[in-house]
Design a protein. Structure first.
Length: 535
């Protein structure tokens, strides 16, 4: 630290100590006067006139002490050229305190002898304040006799804290002030010289500056340009800075831009109203350039943190949306909602659903003739087309098993037309497969089976979990597919009865179904086929 900084530091320490001493001495002196006024009021109320003369003397001594302390500790006496006679100062301070203590102690004796206990408590407080000041007089006198902390004196423990606080806060000249944040700043002031001065000061600090000569120009600029901070003069013609501030905060695109008000109007109400309206700070003209840079730096840092927070929140929102989209590709929407609501066990009994199985006939033989890439590409094309049909007909795709496709209708959300939707999708799938010849040109055939009845639906597993369906209905639907014929839809009697009169069916008669015994089944026919399921 150079000599200039040493001197500046010493002056700052002395000013801080002086402020601390004003608090430590003037406040107790004011308390002595206050307690004396209370005692005088109590004595008059109790008609204890004998106490009044001594209380008046204490009050006069308290006033004298208060005035002397104000003079000794005044701001204008901080110049090093002011020299105090330490002996005289010590005498002048002790004189009123001694008078306060002397008269006070006599009044304590009188009050105790006269059983006037109502006065004793305040008299004790008065004397305690006087004793404390008396103990600190030497420190005060030594401080005023020396120019700074170089005296090495510490009036009491609190002074050490004051000096350390001053040491901890570097002077403005000791290093750069404020943050390294830079930004685009709009300076709004109707005075051209003010705008020019502010602009030059801020450009020297590395900011990009734009100017507006009044409120209307400012509002126009913020519509077409983006700014990181606005310096806004309060008192402008036509439209005041306060009104501009309110309009800025009312618009979504400018509501988050920090605004610092600047004004020559040193009025607390104006400060409060602007802060309430959304201003982040308020500076009085003329303002110190270093203070201005510090305030702007702090505001820009805060905006930078808010912008980063918004980006993080938006990124979290996008990640959440991606995660939810991925989950929705695995689970039904209603199931995802239940999981998000905290349910850990998803298992529902469904009274009636329709289950569809579809299998690519001859796939195993075809797979042996294709490369892995060709095989996967073919399956992806076919099953993607089936997925689109499931979306169209409102099916819940359950899974693919090798070359088989499974879908459910009427779950997780029930629907009255689930049987019809299953048959319509099956018919559409038979047409769709014709668009997908194998890589070697062979036309694939599809075998479809459908059954309707009760089932259990839910989620199985903790890792790589899936929504699945179980029960006899599922088993029979699978048998309908495996016992069917290529290019046809094979359905149970329950399906044919549910759709009787709406779709043509060809009665296949009784067949053996593993796990279910002999069952009557049907093939979905065309308009020429009509064999009632009830016959």
């Amino acid at each position: 630290m150079n000599a200039g900084n040493d001197g500046d530091h010493a002056r700052r320490v002395q000013r801080a100590l002086l402020a601390h001493l004003r608090q430590e001495f003037i406040a107790p002196a004011a308390a002595i006067i206050g307690y004396t006024d209370i005692l005088i009021e109590d004595a008059r109320h109790l008609t204890l006139d004998a106490y009044l003369s001594d209380l008046d003397r204490i009050r006069s001594a308290g006033n004298a002490l208060h005035m002397l302390l104000q003079s000794v500790l005044a701001h204008e006496h901080t110049d090093d050229t002011v020299i105090f006679d330490q002996s005289k100062l010590r005498h002048d301070l002790r004189t009123p305190i001694n008078a306060i203590k002397g008269y006070g102690e006599m009044l304590v004796e009188d009050a105790a002898a006269g059983n006037h206990d109502v006065l004793l408590a305040d008299l004790d407080k008065l004397l305690s304040a006087a004793d404390g000041m008396l103990k600190r007089i030497d420190a005060l006198v030594d401080f005023r006799g020396d120019s700074a902390e170089g005296s090495g004196l510490r009036p009491h423990a609190g002074i050490g804290g004051v000096v350390e606080a001053v040491r901890a806060i570097r002077t403005v000249n000791a290093g750069p002030v404020g943050s390294n944040a830079r930004g685009r700043i709009l300076v709004v002031d109707d005075n051209p010289s003010n705008r020019e001065l502010l602009g030059r000061q801020l450009m020297r600090a590395g900011h990009i500056i734009a100017e507006a000569e009044d409120g209307h120009a400012a509002l126009s600029k913020v519509e077409s340009e983006s700014f990181d901070l606005i310096l806004l003069d309060l008192m402008m013609p036509d439209i005041s800075g306060y009104e501009v501030l309110c309009r800025l905060k009312a618009q979504p695109n400018t509501a988050e831009v920090p605004v610092i008000m600047i004004s020559a109007l040193d009025d607390l109400d104006s400060v409060i109203r602007c802060i309430e309206a959304g201003a982040v700070d308020y500076l009085f003209k003329p303002f110190d350039a270093t203070l201005l840079r510090a305030r702007i730096g702090a505001s820009l840092e805060n905006k930078l943190l808010r912008d980063r927070e918004k980006l993080m929140v938006e990124e979290l929102r996008r990640e959440k949306a991606r995660s939810e989209d991925l989950l929705l590709s695995i689970l039904p929407r209603s199931v995802v909602d239940r999981i998000n609501a905290g349910e850990t066990m998803i298992a529902d009994h469904v009274e009636t659903v329709s289950i569809l199985f579809a299998d690519l006939v001859g796939f195993t033989q075809m797979a042996g003739r294709q490369t892995p890439a060709e095989l996967v590409k073919f399956l992806n094309s076919v099953f993607s087309a089936f997925d689109a049909l499931s979306t169209e007909f409102g099916a819940e795709k359950i899974k693919t098993i090798g070359d088989a496709y499974m879908a459910a209708f009427g779950l997780p959300d029930p629907r009255p037309d689930h049987v019809e939707a299953a048959v319509l999708q099956a018919r559409a799938m038979l047409k769709e497969i014709d668009r997908f010849p194998t890589p070697d040109g062979v036309q694939m055939k599809l075998r479809v089976g459908i059954h309707t009845g009760p089932a259990v639906a839910g989620i199985i597993g903790q890792r790589k979990f899936a929504f699945d369906v179980w029960g006899t209905t599922v088993n029979i639907a699978s048998r309908m597919e495996s016992l069917g014929e290529p290019g046809r839809v094979h359905v149970s009697e329950a399906v044919a009865r549910a759709l009787e009169g709406r779709f043509p069916f060809v009665d296949r008669g009784l067949i053996d179904v593993k796990g279910a015994g002999r069952m009557r089944t049907f093939f979905l026919g065309d308009a020429r086929d009509s064999h009632p399921a009830s016959s």
